[in-house]
Every structure is written in C-alpha cells, then in structure tokens.
Design a protein around this ligand. Structure first.
Ligand code: SF4
Ligand code: SF4
Ligand code: F3S
Length: 370
C-alpha cells in the first residue's frame, strides 16, 4: 500500500468529512472482503489499514468509449456504498467528471504524473484508435495513444474498466475503422488488471480497486488478466435456471410457455456457458437482477471477441444434451461442486451487501461508532 500514497488527508479523515462513520466503513470493507472470498476479520483489518492510509492517486482516462463504464461506476441516481470508492481513492484526473477544462485539465494530468511518478494507478475505459495517427480520439491536440503512453510510463498498475479497454470491445469490432486496440496490445511493461463487461458490474470494479489499494498487490488473474475471484466461473455455473438446462427444458421463443415458466434460455442464444463473469451472483442494480433473470440470454459481454462473436440469438453450436426432457450429464459443461458452492456463497454475500446498501442509502449507518 505504501507505494501508492501521496500527500493529503488520510482515507479515514476523508470519509469522516463526507459523513461516513468508521462503523459504516468497516461494514463496507467486510462486505467487499466477502465478495473477494476473504474472511470478515480481513475486512476489518483492511478497513483500519485503509483509514490510516493516504489516498492513492488515480488518473482515469476515457478513450474510445460510450461512458457506460463510468456511468456504471458512478451510479448517478443515488449515493451508494459503491460511491465510497471515491473517498478511498484520490481521483486526480478524469476529463469526464472534473470541473476543469482545456489547458487547466491537461496541466492537472501532467502535474499528477510528475508528483506521483511510479505510484499512481491508471484506470482506463475505452479502446485506443491508432489509425490516421490517432486523430479519431484526441484531447488537447494529443492522440489517445500519446496520452496513454505518457500516463502508463509512471503508473504502478493499470486497471482496464470495461470490455473496450480490456479486449477492444465495440470499437474493435470488424471492420474496426479506427484501428482500435485494447490496452494490453499497446502497453506491455506494466501490470494490467482487466475488469471486463459492457459495462462491468460496479461492485466488481470497486472491490477490485479496493483490494489493489489495500494490499498493493495485483490479484490472482485468469489468462485474460481478469481477477479470478469474479471471473473464475461461468454465468452458467451459477445460473438459477441451471436445473431447467439439466432437465432439457428450454424456452424456444421469448413469449412461449417455456419463457413464461422461466426455463433455460440456451436455445435462444444464451452465452452463459462460455461467459466468465459474476452476474449470476453479484447481479446488477444493487443486487436486483441480471439479464437472464430479466428473461434475456447472456450475450457474452465480458468475453474477448464481444461484439464480433455475435450470433446473440443463436444457440451455441455443439449439442450438449440428449432429447428434450432427458436428464443431462453434468460433466458436459464445466460445472464443479466447488463452483456451485462458490456461487451460493457469493449469492449470500451479495444479499448481505444489498441489505447494507439499502441501510446506507437510508442513512442508518451515518452516525455512531461500532
Ligand atoms: Fe461502453 Fe461497453 Fe465500451 Fe464500457 S465496455 S465503454 S459500456 S461500449
Ligand atoms: Fe442459465 Fe443460460 Fe446456462 Fe440456461 S444456458 S442455465 S439460461 S446460463
Ligand atoms: Fe454481460 Fe452476460 Fe452479464 S451479457 S451483463 S456477462 S449476464
């Protein structure tokens, strides 16, 4: 953690200025620790360590993107527990959110880089266009590629938020007219953590950042540089419609009896079996639901190749079951007892986080110490 400190108030002081009590912060860290599969005691220790630390400097760069990722992180409609991440980090540059503009904004970024060289974290959404000397995405007369290289040079680590920065996403899709690339194709000498999704789940972004800030260590990553704790299992591994899949009960159209009964959406193109993400457990909108729970197949938005893989409403090719109604061998898809158990555990934690979020929004935890 010490590598990422800069001058200014401690995280604890900043939280208190914003009316967040020690007790609330401990609960927040405990919930985040649970999401990260750590014990509640680790969450408490994490909270105390963070409260005593200075806030790490963060440069947030937005390149070829739609602002959906930043919207997901900031959640504009209400103050939430996720917004606490802004008390934990010092968001020193974000050209979408900051009040400064023009030369003032550009010099803010240069100053942050100079003063915190080697210590700051760069968070990036969007891919980087390289065609026509990068003219498709520029700020202050400089290309996104130039800004990326300048900011990456002194970064302790880079966190790519969203599928555009992680894997190229929609700007990278064929015919890729701007010659866009994901960050990992352009920077190869810094630790890169990909938090993919179009957009990613806000709790997954904040928990990843919190873990990195509190430990100063890059989490365990999968082959695509995604934190294993959130991307270690498929949606299908933890999907509540899985029993219908196993029984061969599939909705054939969005308005048939199967759809009304909540049967499996595999034949409507669900990519849950090949998509690694935490949607089935952490869910969306404060733990309310996720695409499959709303009756829509997973489109595989957190995977490399999204959008070009397409075939959103066509079933995955290889038939993985016998006749409709036959019991299915569990081993046909990668499902392990441990994965199911992890899914249940994450579901319980998610429900706890939801309750905590509701109480925080209602102001229950804003006063008093634990
Ligand atoms: Fe927008 Fe999706 Fe790209 Fe995020 S990943 S910037 S939500 S297109
Ligand atoms: Fe759930 Fe999709 Fe798997 Fe069916 S195919 S169980 S809807 S993830
Ligand atoms: Fe994306 Fe599939 Fe989740 S489409 S939001 S990874 S359910």
């Amino acid at each position: 953690m010490s590598a990422y400190r800069h001058d200014g108030p401690t995280i604890g002081e900043t939280l208190e200025q914003h009316g967040v009590s020690r007790r609330t912060f401990i609960k927040y860290c405990t919930a985040m620790a649970s999401l990260l599969a750590l014990s509640p005691m680790v969450g408490k220790v994490m909270a105390e360590q963070l409260r005593a630390s200075k806030r790490p400097s963060v440069i947030y760069l937005s390149f070829q993107e739609c602002t959906g990722c930043l919207e997901s992180l900031t959640r504009s409609f209400a103050p939430t527990l996720e917004s606490m991440i802004f008390d934990v980090i010092s968001l020193d540059y974000d050209d979408t959110l900051m009040a400064a503009a023009g030369e003032q904004a550009e010099s803010a970024r240069t100053r942050v880089i100079k003063e915190n060289y080697g210590k700051y974290i760069v968070v990036i959404d969007g891919s980087v266009p390289t065609g026509e000397d990068g003219v498709y995405c520029a700020a202050g007369g400089r290309s996104a590629l130039d800004i990326l290289h300048e900011a990456a040079a002194g970064a302790a680590a880079i966190v790519c938020v969203g599928t555009c920065s992680s894997f190229g996403g929609i700007p990278f899709a064929d015919p890729n007219p701007t010659e866009a690339w994901p960050i990992s194709a352009l920077v190869n000498d810094k630790p890169i953590i990909n938090v993919s999704g179009c957009p990613p789940i806000p709790e997954v972004i904040t928990a990843t950042l919190l873990q990195f800030v509190s430990t100063g260590k890059v989490p365990d990553l999968d082959e695509h540089h995604r934190p294993k704790v959130f991307f270690g299992n498929t949606i299908h591994d933890r999907c509540y419609r899985r029993p219908f899949f196993e029984q061969g009960k599939f909705a054939k159209s969005f308005d048939d009896e199967g759809a009304r009964n909540g049967w499996c959406l595999f034949e409507l193109g669900c990519k849950g079996p090949t998509t690694y993400n935490a949607c089935a457990t952490v869910k969306w909108n404060g733990g309310t639901s996720f695409p499959i729970e709303s009756g829509h197949p997973c489109l595989g938005c957190s995977e490399p190749g999204f959008w070009d893989k397409g075939s959103f409403y066509s079933a995955l090719s290889a038939p993985r079951w016998g006749k409709a109604g036959e019991a299915l061998p569990s081993q046909t898809l990668k499902v392990a007892g441990t994965a199911a158990a992890a899914g249940v555990a994450l579901g319980v934690v998610s429900a706890g986080l939801s309750r905590l979020r509701t109480r925080h929004a209602a102001g229950d935890d804003k006063s008093g110490e634990g």
